[in-house]
Design a protein around this ligand. Structure first.
Ligand code: AMP
Length: 582
């Protein structure tokens, strides 16, 4: 069934050779074992390019956003280069990240990949009781994953000693600079040995990142995953859209989107075997006829699955990229990316499964808020628009289901094979009004064809973070206050310049204590005795809770919504209250 791709076919594999496997990258057995257990079938492009030079000890400057697999790209080589049999002692690797959320995520990734190596990983970030971190540091760690502020605190206390550090990673460096951590990073790097490996990952490469790289990296390998590759030939006729949804709501969102789209047959792409199995089970539990397809299955098993899809006894294929390579199913109408693909090339391959031979197809991507940037990259590289849609509401779903029932009834009316049922209508019409008979029949038909029907709960819409815009020259004020839907408000914090508060202290306290990212925080104004922090309305309560729960410069502050409210409203500062221009 599979058709040989032609040079003009936009779905032609860009790399005709079999892409390298993890084993080809020179990773040791324990790491390969961990990756297999996680169901990773093949390295992502950034991993393919970054792992060999990092294993060789090179410095590296990588442009990669969340969703590309960048964490494993630096974590795997770091783990491999870890000296054997370490007990006690100071860390040999330091990873600096902008937020507590990322510190936890990156630490977890190290744990997962390094579990057979017994690597000791410690996340340290503001907001967490320092005592616990002190004890863990005291016992000895191999890898520290830290936010800059807290790392500097520990360095100052003498509890984090960087004398043995062989590798420093600056992850999401652009975001760290945006959050005002530039000086902290400089100070931290001064404490690390000059003879070390330095790795810098950043989603964007503004001049400041270039400066940071020039100063601290030595002859780095440069990697950019968003190389512009011309997409040959005519673009497939595919309607492309994306939904921004929190991880926890993804299965429900997938169900909702499938219900509204009602595809003839759909393929859902996942990143790993593990996720394929999990999602297949979930979707079957929700009443869909889903089949798994991944690289761990025998050819015979795969053929059986494909047979069921072609015969229409399955309507959903849940697959990894590897398993779906070369697959050509005529019935497919929809491609769903359960995660944003790790590279634009992969996106192009996936959506090329539909829209073939002039048929129309639909490509849907479920992206987590953090992965929004990756969508933009894909748009830029493919030169095609991906519309961000709102997840259908329960009301949308009901409307759509009624439409489907109506369409089915119309078809049935046109088919003209209704005679056998006349007797039922006639006998009921003695007793009931014909309209009522029809209504009851429609209701039965409607209920019988309900797909899924599992969840009738609203799925929360997630606001999309607008991509960062280049700052005008001379822009110094901390913050990236961009207009956003819903508007912003100001939070009053009862500590200011006299308490030694700097913008980064506030940002650190907020991002350390809440799920709010530095990018969500707008302008920060520091007066002598208080500060004002601009945040989106929707996040204000969380910010206030977070700030109340933490200390700033060692002190508890009064925190409340600013009485003067809107950032848009005029704020009158006394003469001594000037904008803080760090
Ligand atoms: P990151 O871009 O580092 O945030 O990674 C994005 C996601 O991709 C994480 O959930 C990883 O667990 C997952 N991931 C990373 N590398 C691979 C791979 N080679 N195969 C499958 N999943 C991966």
């Amino acid at each position: 069934m599979s058709s040989a791709p032609t040079p003009s076919d936009p779905t032609t594999p860009i790399d005709a050779d079999e892409p390298p496997a993890f084993a080809d990258l020179g990773l040791r057995a324990e790491l390969l074992g961990a990756l297999a257990a996680l169901g990773y079938e093949e390295p992502t492009p950034i991993q393919r390019e970054a792992i060999p030079p990092l294993l060789a000890g090179r410095d590296l400057l990588g442009q990669a956003a969340t969703g590309t697999g960048k964490t494993a790209a630096f974590a795997l080589p770091l783990l491999q280069r870890m000296p054997d049999e370490r007990t006690g002692g100071d860390p040999v690797s330091l990873v600096l990240v902008p937020t507590r959320e990322l510190a936890v995520q990156v630490s977890e990734a190290f744990h997962r990949y390094g579990k057979d190596l017994g690597t000791r990983v410690l996340p340290i970030y503001g907001g967490q009781p320092i005592g616990r971190q002190l004890r863990a540091l005291d016992l000895g760690v191999d890898v520290v994953v830290a936010t800059p502020g807290r790392a500097l605190d520990h360095i100052a206390r003498g509890t984090l000693r960087l004398g043995s550090v062989a590798t420093v990673v600056l992850d999401e460096a652009d975001e760290m600079l945006d959050m005002g951590f530039a000086e902290d990073i400089e100070a931290i790097l001064e404490h690390a040995p000059a003879e070390r490996q330095t790795v810098l990952f950043s989603a964007t490469m503004p001049a400041r990142i270039d400066g940071l790289a020039r100063q601290h990296l030595t002859d780095p390998v440069r990697i950019q995953i968003e190389r512009e590759r011309p997409v040959a030939g005519e673009a497939p006729r595919v309607r492309q859209s994306a939904y921004i949804v929190a991880r926890a709501h993804k299965p429900a969102a997938l169900g909702r989107v499938l219900d509204v789209e009602s595809p003839t047959a759909a393929i859902v792409f996942c990143r790993s075997r593990e996720e394929v199995d999990r999602l297949t089970e979930t979707m079957n539990g929700r009443g869909y006829r889903a089949e798994a397809l991944h690289g761990g299955m025998s050819q015979e098993q795969r053929d059986r699955v494909m047979g069921r899809l072609r015969a229409g006894t399955a309507d959903l294929l849940v697959a990894t990229d590897v398993a779906a390579r070369g697959l050509d199913v005529e019935q497919l109408t929809h491609v769903v990316n359960y995660d944003v693909p790790s590279a634009p090339e992969s996106y192009v391959h996936r959506i090329g499964r539909v829209g073939r031979a002039g048929r129309e197809g639909v490509a849907i991507t479920l992206a987590e808020p953090r992965e929004h940037r990756m969508l933009k990259t894909i748009e830029r590289v493919t030169g095609q628009r991906i519309t961000i849609d709102k997840i259908p509401t329960v009301a949308d779903l009901r409307t759509r289901r009624l439409e489907l029932t109506q369409a089915a009834l119309r078809e049935s009316l046109l088919e003209d094979d209704l005679e056998p049922f006349r007797v039922i209508v006639e006998s009921l019409s003695d007793e009931f009004d014909l309209m009522e008979v029809a209504l009851a029949a429609v209701k039965l038909a409607h209920e019988a064809t309900l797909p899924g029907a599992a969840d009738e709960e609203e799925i929360p819409q997630v606001a999309v973070r607008p991509p960062r815009e280049p700052r005008p020259a001379g822009y110094e004020r901390r913050g990236g206050a961009r207009p956003r839907p819903g508007g912003t408000t100001q939070v009053f914090v009862g500590l200011g310049r006299r308490a030694g508060v700097r913008p980064q202290d506030l940002v650190g306290a907020i991002t350390g204590e809440t799920r709010v990212s530095g990018r969500d925080i707008g302008s920060i104004e520091i007066a002598d005795r208080f500060s004002l922090v601009e945040v989106p309305y929707a996040l204000a309560d969380e910010v206030i809770r977070g700030l109340r729960g933490s200390t700033i410069k060692g002190r508890k502050a009064t925190v409340r919504r600013d009485r003067d409210g809107d950032a848009g409203g005029e704020r009158r500062f006394d003469t001594h209250d000037r904008r803080d221009r760090r």
